[in-house]
Design a protein around this ligand. Structure first.
Ligand code: EPU
Length: 428
């Protein structure tokens, strides 16, 4: 068991640079299967989901390894279309392998990512789009099997909702298909534009990534080339450092991350009473610890450029001690606020009713042991600890390592009293 322990009361200061975005790295690693030449992804953080992706790539016959901070991939003559179930089940990101395996092996067999802690996570849009491109999909109770005789063919496809994963799947499938694919109603998240930039640098012809309409001219079956790519910064990690400053008070500059990637979150912090100064590729958040944050916030998490669903629990942590009640509604996931139980155990008025989280505000949090229910909910509990009188221990912190390589060390570097521990309570 891993824990993160945080003792509140320290004001934060300094500069921090977020690592490369997990939600870009995962599709990028899958996309390297489409490449017939070596690829390098620079400065990839040591996250659990990245390790799972490297194991998955190896299991299907690809050649991908770490070299220092970077990941290098080399093309292999053939790959197998079957993903071992234990790897498919270990992360939602395994769904990114459907299109590359179908392209490379003519077959993709994947244990269903299924419902997870955030609520049901169907893959019907991925399958409908791939079927429209000529694949046959067989849905069994526990897995999906896709087959394709010959090359996938370009098509016009409208997504029934702007799914990030399905947009990535269909964009990747279209790169080596025959003819042109037009995707309408696509997700616009920056991680999609980043994956498209990588694929285009490898020779793909994707236009419109980052907007709701993508046009992709396929290679007709040829693999792409290779490239060296610097991954986009992690806007959710950047939001986490900003939220930490709002809760603890102080002044922190986040570098290497354009503020437009988290504009809605920074707007929220401004409305809650923080000072936010936006620069080019950096921003500074400050708050006087003596002045309470402003409650009365009514937030809705939605697709980009709205408030990110992954940042909704972080916003909740900010509002726990604000001077009035607030509400946050998550339009994407049914069970985004499983962290409410942990907030309440620390003394906050926090109640999740399905997609809605009600916060009473005015909480004086005390110490205690709580459990990370999921990645972002776990990070939010650590953040809540920054504002507690006493020591908060967040158990099951392995969830947090799926998305933050060193959250405790990052916060400690800004002046927080925070450390990570393993089961026998020895410091890592
Ligand atoms: N959906 C469907 N059918 C589909 C696909 C999605 O109904 O075929 C629904 C989902 O059930 C959900 C909504 O559409 O209710 C949005 O899902 P989306 O496909 O956009 O999300 P995702 O691709 O599964 C990625 C990130 C999530 C992030 C969401 C939204 C990765 C590995 N995951 O998930 O990140 O919350 O986009 O931005 O990229 C995290 O990092 O902690 C995380 C959960």
């Amino acid at each position: 068991m891993e824990y993160i322990e945080v003792t509140g009361g320290q004001v934060l200061s300094g500069c921090i640079r977020p690592a490369a975005a997990k939600n870009s790295v995962l599709p990028l690693l899958a996309a390297t299967l489409l490449c017939g030449k070596p690829c390098t992804l620079l400065a990839v953080p040591r996250l659990r989901d990245v390790d799972t992706s490297l194991a998955l790539l190896k299991a299907v016959g690809a050649d991908a390894k770490r070299e220092g901070e970077n990941i290098l991939t080399r093309p292999t003559a053939s790959v197998t279309g079957t993903v071992p179930p234990e790897l498919a089940g270990a992360m939602r990101g395994s769904v990114f392998y459907l299109a590359p395996l179908l392209t490379r092996a003519g077959r993709a067999e994947l244990a269903l990512p299924g419902g997870c802690r955030l609520g049901p996570r169907p893959i019907d849009i991925h399958l409908a789009g791939l079927t429209a491109m000529g694949a046959q999909a067989e849905l069994r109770q526990d897995r999906v099997i896709l087959r394709c005789h010959g090359v996938l063919r370009g098509t016009e496809f409208a997504l029934r909702l702007p799914s990030v994963g399905a947009t990535l799947t269909l964009m990747m499938a279209a790169c080596c298909a025959a003819g042109t694919t037009v995707l309408r109603g696509a997700a616009c998240e920056p991680e999609i534009a980043d994956t498209a930039a990588f694929l285009n640098a490898c020779g793909a012809r994707i236009a419109g990534a980052g907007t709701s309409t993508l046009r992709i001219r396929g290679t007709g079956g040829d693999l792409l080339g290779g490239c060296c790519h610097t991954v986009l910064p992690d806007r959710i990690a950047a939001s986490t450092y900003a939220a930490a400053t709002a809760i603890a008070g102080g002044r922190v500059t986040v570098e290497g991350c354009p503020p437009r990637y988290l504009a809605a979150f920074l707007d929220f912090l401004g409305a809650a009473g923080c000072s936010v100064v936006r620069g080019s590729g950096r921003f500074t958040v400050s708050r006087c610890p003596a002045r309470p944050l402003k409650g009365g916030q009514d937030l809705v998490a939605s697709a980009y450029p709205g408030l990110a669903t992954d940042a909704a629990p972080l916003a909740a942590a900010v509002l726990l001690g604000a001077d009035g009640p607030s509400r946050i509604y998550d339009g994407l996931f049914q069970n985004r606020f499983a962290c409410a139980a942990g907030f309440a155990a620390l003394g906050a008025g926090a109640q999740a009713e399905g997609r809605l989280l009600r916060l009473a505000g005015g909480a004086e949090l005390h110490g205690g042991t709580v459990t990370a229910p999921d990645l972002r909910g776990g990070a939010a509990l650590v953040l809540a600890g920054l504002g507690a009188k006493g020591t908060v221990r967040v158990a099951d912190a392995g969830h947090i390592r799926r998305g933050y390589a060193h959250l405790a060390q990052d916060l400690a570097g800004l002046g927080a009293q925070c450390r990570s521990l393993t089961e026998d309570a020895s410091e890592e």
